[in-house]
Design a protein around this ligand. Structure first.
Ligand code: FUB
Length: 322
């Protein structure tokens, strides 16, 4: 696959989380729609109200839409905005982790459970205790499960320090250390945090933490983790500079050393991704707003092959194909 392929041309889907379950690729996207909410820096225009699941058995094969698998109206603690979710499998059960604003307009992360990767998913009555912000991404490591999460601006990460809510949001500035994404181990039953979340530190090549003004490299949102040749690749969006970047480390907690850009800016404000190996090749799943003529709240899912250079670095992909 040399050219990026749109996966769901008939609908607007974004923020892909992708996993191989039972030899099949499963895609867990956000479901964009035209809700009429005006665009602002808080992301109110991303007013999603349900999730679909998609699957395929070949990368260029037919995409099956498994329909609506979870809806805001069925989540007891719901306020609004179902943003980027992820799914993990443990002991034959599938756990969907999703960010959603509660009735006080604070993002929490909830869990919904299914016996099948394609859902439907049944939500737990309350969000995960101690959870906050957005963009959960789950990895399994030696039978333990970890969640990466966090996002700035509308993702509300700047409202917290040391996992406690601040009286008012504080975004670091200038040469102050940038805010970090978070990692937390999940409990045995997958329904709780097993510890306090930790910072995911990103360092430059001299071992210095990235600073707030380093906006083309610092973390903003959209964490993803994959392993390649024994290294841990932590990838994320730089948000207001619209890049997908990555940093590598020796264990899931980091620290990670910044390495480079995976995807240059796409059409649309947000950029988001999943990196997955399938049938011996690596793929970048992402989204852009070309099919909606640049409407940043109406995004479309894409996939393109990802290439590694012999030294383990990732070949940068152009976000715009023109
Ligand atoms: O889809 C809403 C938000 O936009 C996601 O949570 C972010 O990662 C960004 O893609």
């Amino acid at each position: 696959m040399k050219k990026a392929r749109y996966l769901v041309p008939g609908d607007y889907m974004a923020d892909p989380a992708v996993h191989v379950f039972n030899d099949r690729l499963y895609i867990y996207p956000s479901h964009d729609w035209e809700s009429g909410i005006p665009e602002n820096d808080n992301g109110d225009h991303f007013n999603m109200k349900d999730y679909h699941v998609f699957s395929l058995d070949e990368i260029d094969g037919e995409v099956t839409d498994h329909g609506v698998v979870l809806e805001v109206k069925d989540i007891p603690w719901a306020g609004r905005q179902l943003w980027d979710c992820d799914v993990a499998c443990k002991n034959g059960k599938y756990y969907m982790y999703f960010p959603l604003k509660d009735k006080t307009d604070i993002f929490r992360i909830g869990v919904a459970v299914s016996d099948r990767p394609e859902g439907p998913f049944v939500p737990m009555p309350d969000p995960i205790r101690g959870s906050y912000s957005i963009d959960p991404a789950i990895v399994e490591e030696n039978g333990e499960y970890y969640m990466y999460f966090g996002g700035l601006w509308g993702g509300q990460l700047q409202r917290y320090r040391n996992n406690k809510a601040l009286e008012c949001a504080i975004l670091p500035e200038g040469e102050e250390p940038a805010l970090c994404g978070k990692i937390v181990k999940l409990s045995e039953n997958m329904l709780e945090f097993a510890e306090e979340p930790h910072d995911v530190l990103i360092l430059d090549k001299n071992g210095k933490p990235l600073t707030a003004d380093d906006t083309k490299r610092r973390f903003f949102e959209a964490s993803w983790m994959h392993q390649y040749k024994g290294k841990y690749y932590y990838s994320y969006s730089t948000g207001d500079t619209h890049l997908l970047c990555y940093a590598t480390g020796d264990n899931p907690y980091g620290p990670f050393t910044y390495q480079g850009v995976i995807l240059t800016p796409v059409v649309g404000w947000t950029t988001h991704h999943a990196i997955v190996e399938f049938k011996g090749k690596w793929y970048l799943f992402h989204h852009d707003c070309v099919p909606s003529n640049g409407k940043t709240w109406l995004r479309s899912l894409k996939v393109v092959e990802l290439e590694y250079l012999p030294d383990g670095s990732i070949k940068t992909i152009a976000g715009r194909e023109d």
